[in-house]
Design a protein around this ligand. Structure first.
Ligand code: ATP
Ligand code: MG
Length: 582
């Protein structure tokens, strides 16, 4: 499918000179060592993420800049400057040290997006802990699996979620302290192992000597989204901040006056890499919104805080599309100047819609929990080619490898997307699964598990996850292409495409679609969608069957779980569903 590029000159609001002005030159000149020099070091060459994102700004004229604009679920607002965060994280680092935290101990958070969760995570890094942020919508098994897997010693949570923790605390012998944040001061009786965040903070000192961590010391454990199987504990080192800093500067194009909003929760890697580390290592003000998705509430946040740079995800953009342009028109969103998206393939239709609704296209970028920071991106200085993930970040080498992951393929050929190993935020291991980690590398390449093509200009195009690609009548069909074509049909809100076994063709394409408001499933509509798809797609890629669903199964981070569609279709076990959005 061909879409016309959105010319950068046509993007009306590119009012700010981008940080990356010459892509080719940046690629030639780029050295990660130079980027590291833009950060500060602790004494003796030590590096600690917490220092880079907060304390170094608290020593400069940035100290009074608002680091965090917090918008609570009920419209309450709070502001924290870099020096406020420095002081509060010092306090909580003292709390953790006083409770006996040793360097390398795992400290988990399990709570909504409230300031104390952010403070706890940064404080734990200061104290030399390894942080594990959990999404508040997890159930007891998800909590038990993750804390148990890496033998967490400390957990910070809230009264509401402590009830869930209670159910599994007996199964977590390594867990020593559960610290309860009770910001609304609800009636709550502390149980064995529990302590009050507020009481501990009251008596702690404002001064703290940051733990002298090495750049290779482990800092973060993030469990993957679980889209293709059981979530893996991806481990990152303190050096990752070099990648967060550089990509927030050159891909998200953050400038000193920006008000930035990343909609992701810190329970997912986007919510830490770009909801904590990226913006704050650049000394930028950011908004954190506690509430969940609702188009009108999101636009209200943009309007209230005059958000300039907005980083979101395809699933959210598709929901905004579903809500329609009428809602957009009710709000003053002219502060927006730059939009980015990550997490799933961004359908061209969504880019075109964004351009119409906001006068700005979403800039897609690609990365994974394992890569720690953005690897392939669309930049403000380039035309947006709808459907493409863009070009590799200047310090990153990406390629397409053949079926055996041995040879690099020329432009236009589809294969395994691979990255030259060794960028700063590359994961250091999968927790407790070193063998699995090693299996991801071949001849110096990290094999991402995604399939893609590269065009003659070096733009990468996502085809699908290796697990999801459909083998039909001797052709490999990527679900993304089919889903994007279906989404262009006026009735289709979302589409998930899988391969189902077929005696002749090996597999045939089957699509599950959910409809926009105002459309009802019918045989006639099914026929119409099929006819529409035929006009857009190669014959083998056209869905042979289409089922209507009220909604598609998704991870809590919003990704379509094709493996579940497939398991349900074939009556197979569903596997790990700890990240399934209910
Ligand atoms: P799991 O590894 O547990 O199956 P996951 O791969 O969804 O879950 P993440 O690390 O959160 O976990 O997601 C990374 C994956 O998301 C990528 O490998 C890719 O498949 C998909 N992805 C992310 N951004 C994009 C994008 N811009 N275009 C296409 N796919 C993307
Ligand atoms: Mg993955």
């Amino acid at each position: 499918m061909e879409y016309n590029p959105i010319k950068k000159e046509e993007v009306s609001k590119m009012s700010v000179m981008p940080n990356l002005l010459d892509y080719e030159k940046a690629r030639e000149d780029f050295r990660w060592e130079d980027i590291s020099k833009e950060l500060d070091e602790l004494d003796d060459g030590c590096l600690n993420i917490a220092y880079e994102i907060i304390d170094r700004h608290a020593k400069t004229s940035l100290k009074d800049r608002v680091a965090l604009y917090w918008e609570g679920d009920n419209g309450e607002g709070e502001e924290y400057s870099f020096s406020d965060l420095c002081r509060l994280t010092n306090r909580f680092a003292n709390v953790l040290k006083n409770l006996g935290l040793n360097k390398g101990d795992r400290v988990f958070t399990y709570g909504d997006r409230i300031p104390e969760i952010y403070i706890s995570l940064i404080a734990a890094l200061k104290a030399g802990g390894v942080i594990g942020p959990l999404f508040s919508a997890f159930g007891p098994d998800a909590v038990k699996d993750r804390l148990g897997d890496c033998e967490a010693r400390f957990l910070i949570t809230t009264p509401k979620l402590a009830r869930i923790v209670e159910k599994v605390v007996e199964d977590l012998p390594a867990l020593e302290k559960v610290i309860i944040i009770n910001r609304k001061n609800v009636a709550y009786e502390l149980k064995e192992k529990e302590a009050s965040y507020e009481d501990l903070m009251k008596n702690a000192s404002d001064l703290f000597d940051i733990e002298k961590t090495d750049k290779e010391d482990y800092a973060i454990i993030h469990y993957t989204s679980g889209t293709t199987g059981k979530p893996k504990g991806v481990v990152h080192a303190h050096e990752a901040v070099v990648g967060h800093y550089a990509t927030a500067k050159y891909v998200l194009d953050l400038h000193p006056d920006d008000i930035y909003w990343c909609t992701a929760d810190p329970g997912w890697v986007t919510g830490t890499s770009y909801g904590i580390f990226g913006p704050w290592s650049n000394g930028i003000s950011q908004v954190v919104y506690e509430g969940g998705f609702r188009a009108s509430n999101w636009y209200k946040v943009i309007e209230k805080y005059k958000v300039t740079v907005w980083y979101s995800a395809p699933t959210a953009i598709r929901m905004l599309m579903k809500a329609g342009e009428g809602v957009v028109a009710k709000y003053d969103l002219k502060s927006l100047r730059y939009l980015c998206s990550v997490g799933e393939p961004l359908n061209p239709e969504a880019i075109l819609w964004g351009n119409k609704a906001f006068g700005l296209p979403f800039h897609d970028n690609w990365w994974q929990t394992e890569t720690g920071c953005i690897q392939i991106a669309n930049y403000p200085i380039q035309d947006v080619r709808p459907g493409s993930m863009g070009r590799p970040f200047p310090g990153v080498t990406a390629t397409i490898l053949d079926e055996n992951c041995e040879k690099e393929l020329p432009p236009g050929k589809e294969g395994h997307l691979a990255l030259k190993a060794g960028w700063p935020s590359m994961f250091r291991t999968f927790w407790n699964r070193q063998e699995l980690y090693e299996s991801k590398f071949q001849n110096g390449w990290y094999i991402t598990g995604d399939r893609a093509t590269m065009d003659a200009d070096g733009y990468f195009w996502f085809v699908g996850r290796a697990d999801d690609v459909i083998n039909t009548a001797g052709h490999l069909v990527g679900p993304f292409e089919v889903e994007s074509a279906l989404m262009e049909h006026p009735a289709v809100a979302e589409a998930g495409v899988i391969g189902v076994p077929d005696s002749l063709a090996m597999e045939v394409v089957k699509a599950f679609v959910s409809l926009k408001d105002g459309y009802e499933p019918s045989d006639e509509l099914r026929r119409d969608i099929k006819k529409f798809a035929k006009k857009k797609l190669h014959a083998v890629a056209c869905p042979r069957k289409i089922d209507f669903l009220p909604g598609l199964p998704k991870t809590k981070s919003g990704k379509i779980m094709r493996r579940l569609l497939k398991a349900r279709e074939l009556g197979l076990p569903e596997g790990d569903t700890s990240t399934l959005e209910e």
